[in-house]
Design a protein around this ligand. Structure first.
Ligand code: BV8
Ligand code: ZN
Length: 252
């Protein structure tokens, strides 16, 4: 590991434009289940990819809203881990830095990151499912809430929905364009904790590689990104990112 870590650290230390692209894996060590595990307890019998859709919400708004409110409550009870903090620091050291995440939690922000590009939205920006008016956050439920009837929009009365991008929904164009632009111009893109299966987000690291930038991957498991990565750092991000940060700084 230390030789690949050294190689990755050299790439980061000499890079002017750095992008960090994250998935659920960076929040795993904070205690937030990854997307595929996001169905614990009450949700075991559902498939995330089926629950995270407009059809599921239309069919049973209380089930879907309850799932997202449970995930929001969970996000509020956990803290950023050393991986989130090291990511903020690595970007602070770069001349030009962009943080792109597929995550809907706010752990990057709580680790001091600013201007985070949330390609798939956020648990903290609910809106009206009909007129898109932003809605206020109600106090998060405690325990396993199960079904919760979504509150009505105070303008048109339609049910409030989570501010996330569901399967089959388009990503916010401005966020995606900005992310592709940053990836295309990156000297280094560090992809952390993503299975690289969901498009178009999964394209982001491929854009960097196609444009000649170096992709560094941090993941304990192999992913479809392995052949694209210049360096594969196999392991948990809460351990690897702090080590990468230390190695990439000039030794005092
Ligand atoms: C779109 C928000 C078009 C919601 C998410 C066939 C049929 C149907 C659809 C499609 C299809 N083929 C392609 C599609 C499109 C579809 C898609 O890609 N499907 C896949 C499954 C094939 N994409 C879409 O629908 C997108 N929209 O295409 O719209 C369109 C265009 C114009 C107009 C209208 C429509 C929208 C996709 C967004 C879905 N929303 N999230 C929510 O959170 O509930 S996706 C969600 O899953 C995440 O955001 C993330 O993007 C994705 C994968 O999750 P990951 O973050 O990667 O997490 P995962 O659990 O998968 O992996 C965790 C990783 O961490 C693992 O690799 C693990 O090894 C690693 N790990 C674990 N521990 C650690 C660790 N790493 C480091 N350290 C650790 N400690
Ligand atoms: Zn409304």
């Amino acid at each position: 590991m230390d030789e690949t870590l050294r190689e990755a650290a050299d790439l980061v230390a000499t890079a002017e434009r750095v992008v960090i692209f994250t998935g659920a894996g960076i929040s795993a060590e904070s205690g937030v289940p990854t997307f595929r595990e996001a169905l614990t307890g009450l949700w075991e019998r559902f498939d995330a990819a089926k629950l995270a859709t407009p059809e599921a919400f239309d069919e049973d708004p209380a089930l879907v809203w309850g799932w997202y409110e449970w995930r929001r409550a969970l996000a509020l009870t956990v803290a950023p881990n050393p991986g989130h903090i090291a990511a903020t620091e690595i970007l602070a050291d770069a001349g030009h830095a962009t943080l792109i995440t597929q995550n809907v939690d706010d752990l990057h922000e709580r680790a001091g990151a600013t201007g985070v590009l949330h390609l798939h939205g956020s648990l903290f920006t609910p809106r009206c499912s009909a007129c898109a008016r932003p809605a206020a956050l109600s106090p998060a439920p405690d325990g396993e809430p199960g079904r919760i009837t979504p509150p009505p929009c105070d303008r048109c009365g339609a049910p409030i929905r989570p501010g996330v991008v569901w399967f089959g929904e388009a990503l916010p164009t401005d966020g995606l364009e900005e992310a592709v632009e940053a990836a295309a111009n990156a000297d280094v893109l560090i992809s952390v904790g993503t299975s690289g299966l969901v498009y178009p987000a999964a394209e982001i690291p491929q854009v960097t590689a196609r444009m000649g930038g170096a992709v560094i991957q941090v993941n304990p498991e192999p992913t479809p990104l392995d052949p694209v990565a210049r360096v594969n750092l196999r392991g948990p991000s809460a351990e690897i990112l702090p080590a990468l940060l230390r190695q990439s700084r000039p030794s005092t």
